[in-house]
Design a protein around this ligand. Structure first.
Ligand SMILES: C[C@@H](O)CC(=O)SCCNC(=O)CCNC(=O)[C@H](O)C(C)(C)COP(=O)(O)OP(=O)(O)OC[C@H]1O[C@@H](n2cnc3c(N)ncnc32)[C@H](O)[C@@H]1OP(=O)(O)O
Length: 162
């Protein structure tokens, strides 16, 4: 899951616009997440420990799976320049090593005055929801992201105002 970066400005967004990225969870992802966060819960790291839990095997950190939502928001929808404001998360089912997680983010609401977007977030494994929630992000508009290009665009439309 290393997609090409795509910038969508606030003006490009519309309710219903959606993006899905997929990631197969490797043991090294889970070990790496444990190392960078310090969450060494053996349910993620020890097969011996995990075998005695209801899951029967090691599972991914919930916040690692949630991080895949952040990856969609930051690279594709809306993409570079988006700023996280909040995120709700419901961990519906475990994600096991080797599972392929399909992460879908869909624009649910737009507040133009504040350039805020609410996005419905769903992570699924083989069609079963494993995580869902809602994100709010602040999305740059064209003028904010590139003031020079915006001024040139305005002068092209109304030269006398330039
Ligand atoms: C701290 C870290 O180191 C640890 C981790 O990161 S662990 C990894 C992240 N978490 C998970 O992977 C857990 C995934 N979720 C589950 O496996 C299950 O949801 C559960 C074991 C947490 C709960 O299941 P269970 O006890 O069987 O609950 P029920 O199915 O009986 O449901 C009862 C009602 O609660 C609702 N519900 C259940 N789970 C959730 C949830 N995660 N979020 C919101 N609501 C949940 C369920 O819908 C039932 O509601 P109803 O109205 O009675 O139908």
């Amino acid at each position: 899951m290393l997609p090409e970066l795509r910038v969508l400005y606030f003006e490009d967004l519309e309710v219903g616009l959606s993006e899905t990225l997929s990631k197969t969870i490797a043991s090294s992802d889970v070990v790496g997440f444990a190392e960078i966060t310090g969450d060494r819960n053996p349910i993620h790291l020890s097969e011996h420990f995990a075998a005695r839990t209801p899951f029967g095997t090691r599972i991914a950190h919930g916040l690692y799976t949630a991080g895949l939502i952040s990856a969609v928001l930051g690279t594709r929808l809306p993409g570079p320049g988006a700023v996280y404001i909040s995120q709700t998360l419901n961990f519906r089912a475990p994600v096991r090593i080797g599972d392929t997680v399909d992460v879908t983010v869909t624009v649910a609401e737009l507040i133009p005055e504040r350039r805020r977007a609410r996005l419905a977030c769903l992570c699924a494994v083989a069609g079963e929801a494993v995580l869902d929630g809602e994100a709010w992000v602040k999305v740059p508009n064209r003028a904010e992201a590139d003031p020079l290009a915006a001024r040139m665009e305005r002068s092209r439309i109304a030269p006398s105002d330039a």
